[in-house]
Design a binder for this molecule. Structure first.
Ligand code: GDG
Length: 469
């Protein structure tokens, strides 16, 4: 078995106290099995970049990390990654900032990754690079003479061509993706947009899974990421989860809880969620005092102004809503800016009659899947899900809504609150089949399988089917 080298912006060391999400666990398993290495930024700042690599091994997983300079973090991480690519790829061209310094910093840090990682990569290794922080890295590794099988997976949406062309040097960036052998997206929709761009803007040709540009043919595939469904269901019945459940039930009394769990990010549709819930309260006074929304929203990317703004907007919206509707013994929104360990989170999901997941655009959205996995099969809650999340293509038995419409959200909340048990069970079963069937290991195999297979069968263009006429 070839060694797997995973490269991502940050690495997660098992058992070191951080919250290991499903992705980190799945990658750790793959790294352990193949005796591979996980390479990335340590999260630490250094005065002067030295290229020094910090090696660790935790629970059989080897990690290698580098420190970056303050300017790197400003221009690459807070700049090009989170002020340019993130908003643009989430269709928020209004928030995207195009600055030469950002692009320069992005390229510099990708070069630094390439310089430091390339000596660790042996000829038989398979390299798997993750996400928008590191799009050009594969190309930079090739320029350093690496001929390894290389894959790239994008965790966020791929934007429509019309939006992407607003990015200065867009073709140059996309061109670098042809250094990979396999490129992966969560959904057919993002993949379709990628193909469209390559055909229209670059004159590439598409043949099934294969895309040819000049003398390079790559495989571009849709592999929707999943969660560790079994582990999450078990976490939802753990002692910690049950304690959380009892704590919540005691404070809720007989009220129905709606839950939202999101990093504080404008792409998650939190403002729209609060507005939809406000609409529900306005339209349905008969439900006052019988329902409440618990929104868990740990702050993220606090150095970026648009994130400070969303926080201020939500603080004021939650305050206004609570001011308008609260009574001495009822507060309609519990707005919590702190994170919880995973088993507590699982208990919170299980206590909620409704999971309200309303991103305006989301590559996949794992919270929707975690909510499903945490439910009690005998009395499951209802998932209300934005049709603009990648997950909506799999979780078709959720109540799918347009998050921009407060009326639709309000109607869905009413429908979920009054849904008969039989229907809840039927919908949940269908969603759980998908969450269990296409779990995190399925995803890993979906992508890495192709990367490994194409090792024996080089990614060459498939002979086109003869066309009629
Ligand atoms: C990107 C893409 C794609 C949140 N609060 C707490 C907590 N979380 C965990 C959730 C979930 C994860 O964070 C969030 O994952 P999402 O998928 O919902 O969103 P992003 O962070 O934007 O992730 C997304 C994903 O990459 C994977 O490819 O699905 O579309 O944007 O696991 O549970 N975890 C804990 N406490 C919290 O308070 N422990």
């Amino acid at each position: 078995m070839s060694r797997l080298i995973v490269i991502s912006n940050r690495v997660s060391r098992p058992g070191t106290g951080g919250n290991q999400g499903g992705l980190a666990v799945a990658l750790s398993d793959a790294l352990r099995e193949s005796r591979g290495i996980w390479f990335g930024w340590s999260g630490n700042v250094t005065d002067q970049f030295s290229g020094h690599i910090g090696f660790s091994e935790d629970e059989g997983v080897k990690t290698a990390t580098i420190d970056l300079e303050e300017q790197d973090i400003d221009e690459y991480y807070n700049g090009y990654a989170n002020k340019t690519l993130w908003p643009l790829f989430h269709f928020r061209i209004d928030l995207a900032e195009y600055a030469r310094d950002f692009e320069g910093g992005y390229n510099r840090v990708n070069q630094r990754f390439a310089d430091t990682a390339s000596p660790l990569i042996e000829p038989e290794d398979v390299v798997w690079i993750h996400d928008y922080h590191l799009i050009p890295l594969g190309d930079m590794l090739r320029k350093r003479g690496l001929n390894n099988r290389m894959g790239f997976f994008l965790h966020i949406p791929w934007p429509p061509t019309r939006l992407l062309v607003s990015l200065p040097h867009h073709t140059k960036l996309v061109q670098t993706m042809f250094a990979y052998d396999v490129v992966g997206f969560h959904t057919e929709e993002w993949l379709e947009s990628f193909r469209h761009y390559v055909e229209r803007e670059m004159g590439g040709t598409v043949d099934g899974d294969f895309i040819t540009l000049g003398d390079r043919t790559i495989q571009a595939v849709a592999c929707p990421i999943g969660i560790n469904a079994q582990e999450f269901s078990e976490a939802a019945t753990s002692d910690t989860a049950q304690d959380m459940h009892h704590r919540l039930r005691a404070s809720l009394q007989d009220r129905a809880m709606i839950v939202g769990v999101d990093r504080l990010d404008y792409s998650k549709g939190l403002e729209e969620r609060f507005n939809g819930y406000a609409r529900f309260l306005k339209d349905h006074p008969e439900h006052h005092r019988k329902v409440l929304l618990t929104q868990i929203a740990p702050p993220s990317r606090e150095d970026v102004e648009s994130y400070q703004q969303i926080r201020a907007t939500l603080d004021s919206l939650a305050g206004r809503l609570n001011g308008e509707y609260s009574d001495v013994d009822w507060t309609p929104i519990r707005y919590v800016n702190q994170g919880y360990p995973r088993d507590k989170l699982a208990g919170i999901y299980r206590s909620a009659k409704i999971g309200l997941v309303t991103p305006l655009r989301d590559g996949m959205n794992l919270v929707a899947k975690e909510y499903v996995a945490a439910q009690d099969p005998q009395d499951p809650g209802v998932l209300i899900l934005s049709r603009f999340a990648g997950a909506a293509l799999q979780l078709k038995d959720a109540l799918l809504i347009n998050p921009y419409s407060p009326e639709e959200m309000s109607d869905a909340i009413l429908r979920a609150l009054t849904m008969p048990l039989d229907e809840r069970k039927k919908r949940w079963r269908a969603m759980m089949d998908s969450v269990e069937g296409q779990d995190i290991n399925w995803w890993r195999t979906c992508f890495v399988g192709r990367l490994m297979i194409s090792q024996d069968e080089p990614a060459a263009p498939v002979e086109p089917e003869p066309t009629e006429g």
